[in-house]
Design a protein around this ligand. Structure first.
Ligand SMILES: Cc1cc2nc3c(=O)[nH]c(=O)nc-3n(C[C@H](O)[C@H](O)[C@H](O)COP(=O)(O)OP(=O)(O)OC[C@H]3O[C@@H](n4cnc5c(N)ncnc54)[C@H](O)[C@@H]3O)c2cc1C
Length: 314
């Protein structure tokens, strides 16, 4: 591990001022410190942002304003989150372990780095870690990697479960001094870039608008706990008289960002809430998938997950 300096910020302005070149914000450190140990992240200075005044969850009408320093455990346990946004509570609870969720913050969870094995191994090339060195995952070990939105330069997936629920909830991420952005824009369209933020952009809050639909989160993984998603889904559905009035679907484990399934949503709205219609909607979304040699299984997995989850919500 390279030597680094450490400072604790108490105001957002102070945090940004302390974020000089080569610095990194430190949330719970459950991802960043691992990457420092591996030599993947080499910050010269850490700005601890866990003592900023952003550790509250406030109700905002029927919505929520979640501070970036809120711990994942506190978010999942919050009474309003559990009651009005069970999809979000469930997504957070499927991630990591109790101990890690006690440390992990909302801001850090959103900006945690990919678990692509090439990104995490400094002895191997990786365009994300060392731009221009190539992406051996395309021909190599990629069974857990992306089927949607990838490019020849990067086939990594985003690991966060919470972010998938926030994408389905149309959440807005508040960046100090720069206003709010949706999750699609937060992550951008270039898989090589982990996010579209600048290095010193500080996330202060996540705003979740009200949701008047039943929602849930399901995750398929290699073992029942302590594993990242092969495919996951955050979905909400409003059905009246057998017709889909509204719906939200976001998929995890399939792309470099939470994948909002807008084609599937459009196919469902105004149509029957039947298994056939759910299957057609899933296929409409997955028609854009470009599986690699060893991850084609994610297409039927995602389809089945969409159909099962929408069926459960109906
Ligand atoms: C064994 C293990 C299993 C896991 N399994 C899962 C899982 O199944 N699902 C899942 O979703 N996650 C999983 N995780 C990941 C875990 O959720 C993340 O490590 C955690 O959420 C990161 O939060 P943190 O506060 O510790 O971030 P940190 O490690 O402190 O920071 C992560 C990144 O965010 C940046 N950052 C932090 N706060 C801010 C801010 N306010 N503004 C701007 N940038 C900021 C940091 O600079 C850094 O780049 C797992 C982790 C481990 C170690």
């Amino acid at each position: 591990m390279r030597p680094f300096t450490y400072a604790r910020a108490t105001t957002p302005d102070e945090a940004v001022a302390q974020h000089t070149e080569g610095a990194a914000y430190l949330g719970g450190g459950t991802n960043l410190v691992d990457l420092m140990r591996l030599g993947v992240a080499l910050p010269s200075h850490l700005v601890d942002v866990t003592r900023l005044p952003h550790a509250q969850i406030e109700t905002d009408g029927d919505g929520l304003l979640i501070g970036a320093a809120v711990r994942n455990s506190d978010l999942a346990a919050h009474a309003v989150v559990r009651e009005r946004f069970p999809m979000l509570a469930r997504a957070v609870l499927t991630g990591a372990s109790g101990q890690i969720r006690n440390m992990a913050t909302v801001g850090g969870n959103l900006l945690q780095r990919t678990r692509c094995p090439y990104f995490q191994d400094v002895t191997r090339p990786c365009n994300r870690r060392d731009p221009g060195t190539g992406c051996p995952a395309r021909e190599g070990e990629h069974e857990n990697l992306a089927i949607l939105g990838h490019t020849p330069d990067c086939v990594a997936t985003h690991p966060s479960d919470m972010a998938v629920a926030l994408a389905a909830l149309d959440a807005r991420v508040r960046v100090h001094g720069r206003g709010e952005t949706g999750l699609d824009d937060l992550y951008g369209d270039d898989p090589v870039r982990a996010s579209a933020l600048r290095p010193d952009d500080l996330i202060t809050h996540v705003r979740v608008p009200p949701l008047a639909m039943r929602g849930t989160y399901r995750k398929v993984r290699e073992r029942a706990s302590f594993a990242f998603a092969l495919v996951s889904i955050a979905a909400a559905l409003d059905v009246a008289d057998g017709v889909v009035r509204d719906c939200r679907i976001a998929l995890g484990g399939v792309a470099a960002k939470p994948w909002r399934a807008r084609r599937a949503e459009a196919a469902l709205r105004g149509g029957p809430a039947t298994e056939d219609a759910f299957t057609r909607a899933a296929d409409a979304e997955l028609a854009a998938a470009e599986p690699l040699r060893d991850n084609g299984y994610k297409i039927p997995l995602a389809r089945n997950l969409v159909v099962r989850t929408l069926g459960e919500l109906t």
